[in-house]
Write a protein that binds this ligand. Structure first.
Ligand code: 4NP
Length: 158
């Protein structure tokens, strides 16, 4: 199993989209049985909640649903559970690092895989309008495509 988790602050806006987009890309390749995909937030404000309506809407507009997801917190125990921990922004990454050393796997910023503008933050659309959610979605989508290429190459998936 290849274990991939997307991490943001609240786990209601960006990382649910990361999880949903990546799950779709993996499904399109026929690799669903090979992957365990999840998302979490470094904060616990929204634990148990469904994704933000803005994220749910932009997902639906692009042909998939994230309505069944529920927010959970990224905990120290996660550091040993995942092959790829994918942070949405630099502050999420620092929050993960503060929990301790990664016991297993690699920690990346999602936009290290962005071919348009490499290495920055996925902007936080929380409490903003549809345009902000669309922009975050587009960044997440193109970055997840490259992330999957990277993982597929490492694991010799064809
Ligand atoms: P997310 O967005 O980290 O992409 O889920 C946020 C959601 C909630 C808050 C901040 C960011 N908040 O401060 O409650």
């Amino acid at each position: 199993m290849i274990n991939v988790i997307f991490v943001c602050l609240g786990n209601i806006c960006r990382s649910p989209l990361g999880e949903g987009v990546f799950r779709e890309l993996v499904r399109e390749k026929g690799w669903s049985d090979l992957f365990h995909i999840d998302s979490a937030g470094t904060a616990r404000y929204h634990v148990g909640k469904a994704p933000d309506p803005g994220s749910r809407k932009v997902a639906k507009q692009h042909g998939f649903s994230i309505d069944e997801q529920r927010a959970r917190q990224f905990l120290p125990g996660d550091l040993g559970q995942w092959d790829y921990v994918i942070a949405m922004d630099a502050s999420n990454r620092r929050n993960i690092e503060k929990l301790g050393q990664m016991v297993k796997g690699e920690l990346f910023l999602l936009r290290e895989f962005d071919v348009v503008e490499k290495g920055g933050d996925v902007p936080d659309p929380w409490s903003q309008g549809d345009a902000a959610f669309l922009e975050s979605y587009q960044i997440i989508r193109r970055s997840c495509e490259e992330l999957l290429n990277y993982i597929a190459e490492k694991h010799h998936l064809t």
